[in-house]
Design a protein around this ligand. Structure first.
Ligand code: CO
Length: 459
């Protein structure tokens, strides 16, 4: 039996531990080793990397991708994409989604892991179709959550529908690290019995279950697991690559990853970790095991948000009430997976319900959009009472929200004029307008500076 590995150091580990602040120059020297480690893929783009490049690092995300591709020609490059939301939290029209995927593949992406926060398959359809059209691998993704309606049967149905759509693999995405070893085993086994495409498992070590969850996934037949090089593993990141490679080899699985190369990669990242610890960018808290998420069945990140929110309002004494209200709000909304932005929306509403002393006295505009169906179809039934409160006699929209959106790409291109040097710039602008514009300005300045410098040198 063969087990393959996706290395997350450049994307999820980077994102989960140090808020995606690792600049390209920091990891550039180790790319040749990452290229020859024997990974199934290198997750290096998408998620928060794009926003972070523009907002904090003054890097062109597209250029980063091209440079990684150049240094890693033999390893598949992978990105995470939030379906119709691309890399943000709102829905984009189809022309933008298609152009974004076309350009991602053109610039070097081989595998696109595509998910929707509500597991509404209509929100990944266009992205999957365009990925396939461009000859890349589309990985259909299940957001793992627990609720009375998130049954094995429903997950299998979802996976079968994605397989029919043409995805070449199915990824289970346990963003909160709450999938236990038994749940992992049962889910992978059920999927293996019902779909033909490879199964990929993604989890986080937050609650300490991670490595066991991956081990049981492999025992049930998972083909690929996501891990992070050990110096950037554990805590809110993924379980360690070396540990899992060692384990799988010891158990007799066929593993392509080379432990000697992993050692070199880890030795490279160790001092970077030390530096980020020293600067405070890496907070030791995110590396520790946090089991409260298991007790409350809500993701760790969401829990710390609730605590911060209540502390700011000097109402921390209401925490227990808010924690009890949270699952009730989630149930009213038809059990959305607690992934961004749902986790924030549910948390804010639960807090408001408790602090106002009356449920749904104030309803956030996001919750209203959700009830209107603008995020997609709720996994279960939305409470009739809440629906009535938000919509009155109106009905939620039946169609996919993107169907109500006008094309945007050409219009944005016109808006930018000659500030955009290529279609990639236009996409950066559509995704993060303010950050992209600030970045374009800085880039212009840099160009001017380089120019003067060149002239001086010739002189
Ligand atoms: Co993740």
């Amino acid at each position: 039996m063969k087990v393959q590995f996706t290395e997350t150091i450049l994307r999820d580990a980077n994102q989960s531990l140090i808020a995606t602040r690792m600049p390209f120059e920091a990891f550039e020297p180790i790319l040749p080793e990452l290229n020859k480690a024997g990974y199934y893929s290198l997750e290096c783009w998408g998620g928060a990397t794009f926003d972070s490049c523009l907002r904090y690092l003054s890097e062109d995300p597209w250029e980063r991708l091209r440079k990684i591709k150049k240094a890693c020609p033999d390893t598949k490059l992978q990105m995470l994409l939030r379906g119709q939301n691309l890399l943000g939290y709102k829905h984009y029209p189809d022309d933008v989604v298609r152009m974004f995927i076309k350009k991602s593949v053109e610039n070097g992406i081989d595998i696109i892991r595509i998910f929707d926060a509500l597991n509404d398959i209509r929100n990944i359809e266009v992205a999957v179709d365009e990925t396939l059209k461009n000859g890349a691998i589309a990985s259909g993704t299940i957001c793992f959550t627990k609720s009375p309606i998130h049954t094995l049967e429903n997950y299998v149905k979802l996976a079968c529908n994605m397989e029919k759509m043409g995805v070449q693999s199915i990824a289970i995405k346990d963003m909160a690290g709450i999938m236990g070893p038994k749940e992992s085993y049962d889910l992978v086994k059920a999927l293996k019995e019902n779909v033909k495409v490879p199964i990929v498992v993604h989890t986080h070590s937050t609650t300490g279950l991670g490595a066991m969850t991956l081990l049981k996934a492999v025992e049930a037949g998972a083909d690929v697991i996501d891990t992070a090089i050990s110096s950037f593993s554990g805590g809110t990141s993924q379980p360690s690559t070396e540990t899992l490679v060692y384990t799988m080899k010891q158990l007799g699985y066929d593993v392509d990853v080379d432990m000697d190369v992993l050692k070199k990669i880890n030795d490279f990242f160790k001092p970077i970790k030390a530096k980020t610890l020293e600067s405070g960018l890496l907070n030791p808290i995110v590396m520790s095991t946090e089991t409260d998420a298991l007790a409350y069945q809500i993701p760790g990140g969401m829990l710390s948000n609730l605590v911060a929110q209540l502390t700011a309002q000097k109402k921390l004494d209401k925490l227990q009430e808010v924690l009890e209200e949270t699952p009730r709000v989630r149930a009213d909304l038809g059990y959305p997976p607690l992934v961004t932005p749902m986790s924030q929306m549910v948390g804010v509403q639960a807090t408001s319900n408790v602090l106002a002393g009356e449920r749904y006295k104030n309803i956030s505009s996001e919750i209203k959009s959700y009830v209107r169906g603008e995020y997609g179809k709720a996994p279960g039934e939305v409470s009739k009472e809440l629906e009535k409160k938000v919509l009155g006699d109106e009905k939620p929209i039946e169609c996919r929200f993107a169907d109500t959106l006008a094309p945007r790409f050409e219009e944005a291109k016109k808006e930018l004029g000659d500030r955009a040097t290529c279609d990639e710039d236009v996409l950066s602008y559509i995704a993060f307008p303010t950050q992209a514009e600030a970045f374009f300005e800085k880039r212009e300045e840099r160009k001017k500076n380089t120019f003067t410098y060149t002239i001086k040198r010739v002189d």
